[in-house]
Ligand binder design. Structure first.
Ligand code: NAD
Length: 273
């Protein structure tokens, strides 16, 4: 399968689907999951210093047949490592754990206090070629306005909570208007609030002979969103990738747009500062 790519504002691109590896804390489950994902066609992995599994991801990729340049690797700087020097140190640790000499994408995980100084360190690492693209996560409009006002390089992407029950239409429009790509975390809404039993989604899924998870992920793709669904189960890893052979109609896209509840599954970024 040829995975579509989303173009960044700096000329780089990102595969539109990757495997998210948050809460994968058991190495015996982690290592095969990465290989199943590679076999299914995933070439993009989303980790973070905070997830505590960068080292395993590095090992799993080394064991695979993939070359470094065939893989898109994202990691993130954690809140306790904000600041100029701190970020440079955290980045070196991340590189060494992943066993690589560059990252495809490095993100500020949350807009904690000192993110301007953090970003300045990231700009330097970007200019030195150690990071191909730099971006943010959990930034709202006011954080992005502030960042762009006080620093030189515009973020390429914002990784935020979005799924059919929390669509963030205003922020998504802001990102589009500023040529910042939209990446969804918890793209499946983590399966919470009965999303997999949603009547509207089930009806659309039945029409396409697909699962609700596949319909949700397809909806994201058609919204030009980058997605990083997480699973450690072989069948689900494959299922989540098998979304390139059908298309939702405008009517179905519009129906899914009505499912927004405005309710987050996790904390408001403004409470994290
Ligand atoms: P998700 O929406 O990807 O849901 C994952 C859960 O849904 C799994 O644990 C599994 O129980 C279930 N699931 C997965 N595939 C399924 C399928 N086909 N059928 C039925 N159930 C299925 O939620 P997530 O793990 O929170 O988010 C994905 C990734 O986003 C994370 O791994 C991480 O990389 C990233 N993330 C980032 C942040 C951030 O602050 N930047 C926060 C949370 C998550």
């Amino acid at each position: 399968t040829d995975v579509p790519e989303i173009a960044f504002n700096n000329g780089e691109t990102i595969p539109q689907i990757g495997l998210g590896v948050f809460l994968m804390k058991d190495k015996d489950a982690f290592m095969p999951a990465i290989q199943w994902a590679i076999d299914a066609g995933y070439r993009h992995f989303d980790t973070a210093a905070f997830y505590g599994n960068e080292q395993w991801l590095g090992e799993a990729l080394k064991k695979s047949d993939l070359k470094r340049e065939d893989v898109f690797l994202t990691s993130k700087v954690w809140n306790s490592d904000h600041g100029y020097e701190e970020t440079k140190e955290a980045f070196e640790k991340t590189l060494s754990k992943l066993g690589t000499d560059y990252l495809d994408l490095y993100l500020i995980h949350w807009p904690a206090d000192n993110y301007i100084e953090t970003w300045k360190a990231m700009e330097e690492l970007y200019k030195a070629g150690k990071i191909k693209s730099i971006g943010v996560s959990n930034f709202k409009e006011h954080h992005l306005d502030d960042l762009m006002e006080h620093t030189e390089i515009k973020p390429v992407i914002d990784q935020i909570e979005t799924h059919p029950y929390f669509q963030q239409s205003d922020l998504v429009k802001y990102l589009h208007d500023h040529e910042i790509a939209h990446e969804a975390w918890s793209p499946l809404g983590r399966g919470s609030d009965g999303i997999f039993e949603d009547a509207v989604l089930k009806d659309i899924a039945a029409k396409h002979h697909k699962t609700v998870a596949q319909v949700i992920l397809r909806w994201h793709l058609q919204r030009q969103t980058v997605i990083i669904p997480k699973s450690t189960h072989k069948e689900r890893i494959e299922e989540n990738f098998n979304i390139f052979d059908f298309e939702l109609t405008n009517e179905e896209m519009n129906k899914i747009a009505t499912l927004d509840t405005g309710k987050r599954i996790y904390g408001d970024p403004d409470d994290k500062e």
